[in-house]
Structures are given as structure tokens and as C-alpha cells.
Design a protein around this ligand. Structure first.
Ligand code: GTP
Ligand code: MN
Ligand code: MN
Ligand code: MN
Ligand code: MN
Ligand code: MN
Length: 202
């Protein structure tokens, strides 16, 4: 396991830790952009109230509900659909950055749990519709759902500029790690796009 990572069981055994669960909902697609760039996969992220990109999900108190039930609850609030999340959808759990002395609410360590759930394209489209029509958090915590451009166009546009944006917590590495792990982007394509993203940010 990479440094900072811990198992789901170890994470739950941490006394006084706070927990947050987020999920990458995704599907395969045959669609092509402008009829030439295969989109390959639709991956859902969101523009958050704080101007950062992140995955749907949020804080869960394991003394009140299971991690997966809490994540489902957050999805109901943020996406307007009750999606069942299973323990088998869990990818990893990591310690967040040590909380800054100025953070008022709590000084306990945050553990972020990450899940991935593959869906059918029509289900993903239904989630996108519900996120604007029925989600109570729309226009509040969530400003809108966004799809991740996985392709690279002439001039380097596409994945690289997307990765150059600002992300909540470790969402950028959660995205990059899952793209590799789930074989959604070729390793060399991701490496090039990540390098260009750093140049764009500089
Ligand atoms: P409230 O209902 O307002 O409490 O928000 P929430 O429960 O939806 O929590 P949120 O989604 O903001 O996530 C909780 C914590 O995880 C915050 O400290 C965020 O900075 C962090 N966070 C938010 N999105 C992501 C993400 O996609 N990945 C990771 N790793 N952390 C995130
Ligand atoms: Mn929330
Ligand atoms: Mn949230
Ligand atoms: Mn919440
Ligand atoms: Mn909330
Ligand atoms: Mn693929």
C-alpha cells in the first residue's frame, strides 16, 4: 500500500478520526466528440460551492451509519438519486492532510474513502438530469456536474487543462489513480497530460 493508505478496517478502527466518502460514477460510451475524438468513458465530477472540482460524496459518521450508507445519503443530497454503494465498490482509504491549527471545528484527523461504481450510459445520463431537477444541494453545495474529458486534442487540449484546475482534497490524485487502475486512459497519455497540467498551473 502507498504511504498514507490504510485498509477500510484499519480506517474504521481509528479512534476519533473523521471520515469522508466520495465516489467516481462512470460508464463506457461509443460517442465521439465532433465525430473524431472517441470519448470512451463518461466520468462524473462536480463543481463545488467553493470553486473546487471534486467527486460527489461527503462526511460520514460511522457511529451513525455505515460508510456506504452515508455515501448513498450524500449522493441523494448532491445528485438527487438514491444509488446503492457496496463495500465491493471501495477502492482505497487514505489519511487526509493534517488539519491546520486554524481550522475551527475539529482537530481530529480526516480519513478519505474512495469508491468507484461502473454504470450504464443511460443511468449516468439519468444521474445528470436528476442532479439539476431533484437534488436538494443543486445551486447550494453543488454548482453543477461535469464530465471529465479523457482525450487529448490537437494543441494538447482535453485532459491536461482539466487536470490543471483546482481540486478539493486529494480528488486530483483520486482521479488520476483510478484512470490508471480501471484502465480508462493509457498510462503514457496520463503521464503526458499530468506533465502538461503542471506546466499550465505554473
Ligand atoms: P457538508 O454537507 O457541507 O458537510 O459537505 P459534505 O458532507 O458534502 O463534505 P465534502 O464533500 O465537502 O467533503 C468533506 C471533506 O472532503 C472536505 O474536507 C473536502 O475538502 C474533502 N473533499 C471534498 N471532495 C473531495 C474529493 O472529491 N476527494 C477528496 N479526497 N476529498 C474531498
Ligand atoms: Mn454533501
Ligand atoms: Mn460533498
Ligand atoms: Mn454532508
Ligand atoms: Mn450538506
Ligand atoms: Mn477503456
Amino acid at each position: 500500500m502507498a504511504s498514507g493508505q490504510l485498509s477500510r478496517a484499519e480506517a474504521l478502527a481509528c479512534p476519533g478520526c473523521r471520515h469522508a466518502c466520495h465516489v467516481m460514477l462512470y460508464c463506457d460510451t461509443e460517442t465521439q466528440l465532433f465525430g473524431i475524438h472517441p470519448i470512451r468513458h463518461i466520468i462524473l465530477m462536480q463543481m463545488r460551492f467553493d470553486g473546487l472540482l471534486g467527486f460527489p460524496g461527503g462526511f460520514v459518521d460511522p457511529s451513525e451509519e455505515s460508510l456506504e450508507a452515508g455515501l448513498s445519503r450524500e449522493l441523494s443530497e448532491e445528485l438527487g438519486v438514491a444509488l446503492p454503494i457496496l463495500e465491493e465498490d471501495h477502492l482505497d482509504s487514505c489519511y487526509g492532510p493534517p488539519s491546520s491549527p486554524s481550522s475551527s471545528s475539529s482537530s481530529s484527523r480526516l480519513i478519505t474513502h474512495f469508491y468507484a461504481k461502473k454504470m450504464e450510459e443511460e443511468q449516468i445520463r439519468a444521474v445528470e438530469r436528476a442532479a439539476v431537477t431533484t437534488a436538494t444541494d443543486h445551486g447550494q453545495e453543488v454548482l453543477g456536474m461535469v464530465r471529465v474529458p479523457l482525450y487529448t486534442m490537437e494543441g494538447g487540449k482535453g485532459l491536461a487543462p482539466f487536470l490543471s484546475h483546482s481540486f478539493a482534497g486529494s480528488a486530483r490524485s483520486q482521479l488520476a489513480d483510478s484512470l490508471l487502475r480501471l484502465h480508462l486512459v493509457a498510462p503514457e497519455e496520463l503521464r503526458d497530460a499530468s506533465a502538461r497540467a503542471l506546466q499550465i498551473r505554473a
